[in-house]
Design a protein around this ligand. Structure first.
Ligand code: PLP
Length: 432
């Protein structure tokens, strides 16, 4: 009976709850149904417009409904949606060449998947096979996906629902500069302490360790990182011991962090990582992920293998158009400029607010950490009311995650900052 007076939208929320898993995260007390998008904006089923400061979920890298991507996808769809990697696939080869060059990895090979999880799974398969060991290093508070393998190594326990894992994982410090036993140290001393921790963990490990997998900036963990230089210091230890370095660039790749094209480059390492994984933004919403690795690492697998949908012509064509747009319009530079302005603006807005613990970030990857997850939820609801979408994560969900499409303009950054300011002030004054 109760459903009779319900709107179609309310019924949709009930149907969602009835048929999808209880653990499937959904934002907002009254979930939003997004029906379309353009540029940095999306519209819901009731016709309300929102400025998208979460870029889908860091997936809309350039812009919603970017005409270049739409044209490439439409053109490819008119010819063939999918064949398989059993046949030569021109868009996939074009894209792989582009990505191999951009990766900085010498003699690189690229394998396409359909998600970040699958990319990391493949990276772990490669590293463990190459090194003949199922023992890996991961960072505390990390997130690497939701398959059995990647969940098993994920350090952020709120995202890791099982303690059973096919891999043995050793966790090291360094992903969260402002928390943990080393938080009080200066940057150089912090790095030294993390290196000492790494050496200690390795000395106590039984048998070989295959690889370290790490996000340069922890995404789901709340846009936190160690100081620049940390991974260069780690790399020296890993190289000495023959351990591979996997950089998970699922959130940090393609110039999002502004100063660098890849997150790992902020660390001044002597050379590139052995394996790099990517996903999210490359497809601008099309489901694409992948792994780049040195040829000897990639080719250590001997069994014939494919991913049915990985590198499909339609996703490759869209991703290629997206990447071309990104490079031709210097969106990394835009992320640096507009992100820098936005970070400064948010730091100024929050300076006197006791509910805000820290505002941090680089490029268009900015975290606003509240004192409690409840406050972050309240801000999320209030920004929604003001017409702004942001993400959440880290420390039980206390961090607002801001990661708009990289075409964000200064005026849009200002618009979002104003909505966020009003929402934060509302929560600060207890007017929720
Ligand atoms: N790695 C990182 C750093 C991520 O943030 C995510 C997703 O949020 C993943 C891997 C998993 O990617 P996907 O959700 O595409 O499987």
């Amino acid at each position: 009976m109760a459903t009779v007076s319900m709107s179609v939208h309310e019924q949709l929320a009930l149907r969602h709850r009835a048929v999808l898993p209880d653990w499937l995260a959904v934002y907002y007390r009254q979930p939003i149904e997004i029906t379309h998008g353009e540029g940095r904006y999306v519209w819901d089923a009731q016709g309300r417009r929102y400025l998208d400061f979460f870029g889908g979920i860091l997936t809309t890298m350039t812009a919603h409904a970017l005409p270049e991507v739409t044209a490439a996808v439409t053109e490819q769809a008119g010819r063939v949606l999918h064949t398989s990697t059993l046949y030569l696939n021109r868009p996939m080869i074009d894209l792989a060449e582009r990505i191999a060059r951009l990766s900085g990895i010498e003699d690189a090979r690229v394998f396409f998947t359909t998600s970040g999880t699958e990319a990391n799974d493949t990276a772990l398969l490669l590293a463990t096979t190459y090194r003949g060991s199922n023992q890996v290093l991961a960072m505390r508070n990390s997130y690497h996906g939701r398959s059995f393998t990647t969940v098993g190594i994920t350090g952020n326990t709120s995202w890791s629902p099982t303690s059973l894992s096919p891999l043995q994982t050793l966790y090291v410090h360094g992903g969260v500069r402002t928390r943990g036993p080393f938080a009080h140290l200066t940057d150089p001393a912090y790095i030294d302490a993390c290196v000492e921790d790494l050496e200690d963990v390795l000395d106590q490990a039984q048998g070989r360790v295959a690889a370290l997998i790490a996000e340069p900036v922890q995404g789901v963990g709340g846009f936190t990182s160690g100081p620049d230089g940390l991974f260069a210091a780690f790399k020296r230890v890993l190289d000495r011991r023959g351990i591979l370095w996997i950089t998970d660039e699922v959130q940090t790749g393609w110039g999002r962090t502004g100063e660098h094209f890849w997150g790992w480059q902020a660390h001044g390492a002597s050379g590139p990582p052995d394996i790099l994984t990517f996903a999210k933004g490359i497809g601008n919403g099309l489901s694409m992920g992948g792994v780049v690795a040195r040829a000897d690492v990639m080719n250590c697998l001997t069994a014939n293998s494919i991913s049915t949908f990985g590198g499909s012509p339609i996703t490759s064509a869209g991703a290629l158009a997206n990447l071309t747009y990104l490079l031709e319009h210097d969106l990394q530079g835009n992320a640096r400029r507009v992100g820098g302005l936005l970070l400064g603006r948010l730091q100024a807005i929050t300076a006197g607010l006791s509910c805000v613990r820290e505002v941090r970030g680089r490029g268009l990857m900015i975290g606003v950490e509240l004192n409690t997850p409840e406050q972050a939820t309240d801000v999320l609801e209030a920004t929604r009311g003001g017409g702004l979408l942001v993400g959440k994560g880290g420390h039980g969900g206390a961090v607002l995650r801001i990661a708009p499409p990289l075409t964000l303009t200064v005026a849009e950054a200002e618009e979002g900052a104003e909505i966020l300011e009003a929402a934060l002030k509302q929560v600060e004054s207890g007017r929720q």
